[in-house]
Design a protein around this ligand. Sequence first.
Ligand code: MG
Length: 140
Amino acid sequence: MEKVDKIYLDIDGVIRGVASPREDIVAFLRYCLDNYPGAVYWLTTHCRGGENHVAAALRGEFDDEFVNELCSKVLPTEWGALKTEAIDMDSDFVWFDDNLFESEKMVLEQNYVLDGFFLMKPRDPEMAKKALEFLNGFKK
Ligand SMILES: [Mg+2]
């Protein structure tokens, strides 16, 4: 994988409820929005089965203006049991999540795209920085 077509973002344990400083999380999200316009997707239980509660989940985490921007620019996904249902397996994607179910891992393996999964460690205060650095390593 040399480039990134799509970015999938979990919320809890990735951009909320994490040890990374707020400014680092904002920098990571800013980087995603600015470098991958129209290609960043929510992949979270807050947006699932046709319901989107992301705005409520993020309210108070970041300033209102940034929450509004995130909600207008990051696209919703449709999934039910497994998050992999929402992933475009033909794209070069990065999926940032703090958890990967065995069943989801199997789907990624079957599609030869396990390298698109990036494990976030919520307790690591450097995590948001590492995620940004990881993205920064790809061609634009
Ligand atoms: Mg999570």
